[in-house]
Design a protein around this ligand. Structure first.
Ligand SMILES: Nc1ncnc2c1ncn2[C@@H]1O[C@H](COP(=O)(O)OP(=O)(O)OP(=O)(O)O)[C@@H](O)[C@H]1O
Ligand SMILES: [Mg+2]
Length: 260
């Protein structure tokens, strides 16, 4: 690849996506070009959130070297699934990617000093990384709060980017909390199945019948629905909360730099 072409890919990740055969939807282009520190993708099943984030990860490792990119999911198997997409993007770039110095089922290390690492979904074994440039949390609504608290400090000093991607899974946990109460610090993106040009309406109608309203509204309409076993609704509980009374025990709280 000549220098001008390489520079064009460096400046515009959308070009990188096109080069690997992906014609990004408008929200995907916006994600690829965004430099928001914190992004939440509340996007329908099969809308392309993992694929687009894989392109973001490859762009980071190629053009912001030496970058440390961490991929986290509820389980190691799911992290590896995202890792597989990262490798597919690299494979599609063929000889234009930076050569690898070390490769395993869980990590890639490149000549330019960048690393892409899959994390297991267990809090005890993921500590120890610092200088993280990009942290991707796939299927975030299923990732336990303790795990999220354990990884957030890895961005404290580096100022790296954080991308949470998921469909909702009840009105609970950090994914719901950051979406509803996380404040201005987040760029929020919602993409329902109807916004996705590749999911046919007739298929969605059949799916609604098959999986029922509760699942359908979360998986395809990106709505945070009360959990089936919830005795008291979220609104009812929130209306009973009094901020002047200090909690007896620590509730959910975003990790602070001093937690590192
Ligand atoms: N812009 C696009 N153009 C064509 N195909 C796309 C585009 N974006 C994604 N796809 C394809 O859509 C399919 C689903 O993509 P992907 O697995 O990234 O979605 P997802 O939102 O992560 O799905 P899930 O919720 O099931 O994890 C893949 O086959 C992917 O290649
Ligand atoms: Mg996915």
């Amino acid at each position: 690849m000549n220098l001008a072409a390489d520079l064009a890919l460096a400046v515009d990740p959308v070009r990188l996506a096109r080069r690997v055969g992906l014609d990004p939807d408008p929200w995907q282009s916006a994600l690829l070009r965004s430099d928001a520190r914190q992004t939440i993708l509340n996007c329908s099943r099969q809308s392309g959130k993992s694929t687009t984030t894989a392109v973001v990860a490859v762009h980071e490792s190629e053009y912001r070297a030496p970058a440390l990119v961490l991929l986290l999911s509820p389980s190691l198997r799911q992290s590896q699934e995202l890792f597989r997409k990262v490798k597919e993007v690299r494979a599609a770039l063929a000889f234009d990617v930076c050569p690898v110095t070390e490769e395993s089922a869980l990590r890639l290390e490149m000549v330019n000093g960048s690393r892409i690492v899959c994390l297991p979904g267990k809090e005890a074994t993921i500590r120890g990384y610092s200088g993280v440039s990009l942290l991707v949390v796939d299927e975030a609504s299923r990732v336990p709060d303790e795990l999220y608290q354990a990884v957030r400090p890895m961005l404290a000093v580096s100022g790296g980017r954080l991308v949470l991607l998921s469909t909702p899974f009840g009105r609970r946990g950090f994914f719901f909390h950051e979406w509803t109460e996380g404040g201005e610090a987040w760029r929020r993106v919602k993409v329902t199945a109807h916004d996705c040009p590749r999911i046919p309406c007739a298929w969605l109608d059949a799916e609604r019948e098959a999986i029922g309203e509760w699942w359908y509204r979360q998986e395809y309409e990106c709505e945070f629905v009360e959990t089936l076993d919830q005795v008291f609704g979220y609104e009812l509980v929130m209306s009973a909360v009094n901020s002047e009374i200090p909690p007896l025990f620590g509730g959910w709280r975003a990790a602070q730099p001093q937690d590192v």
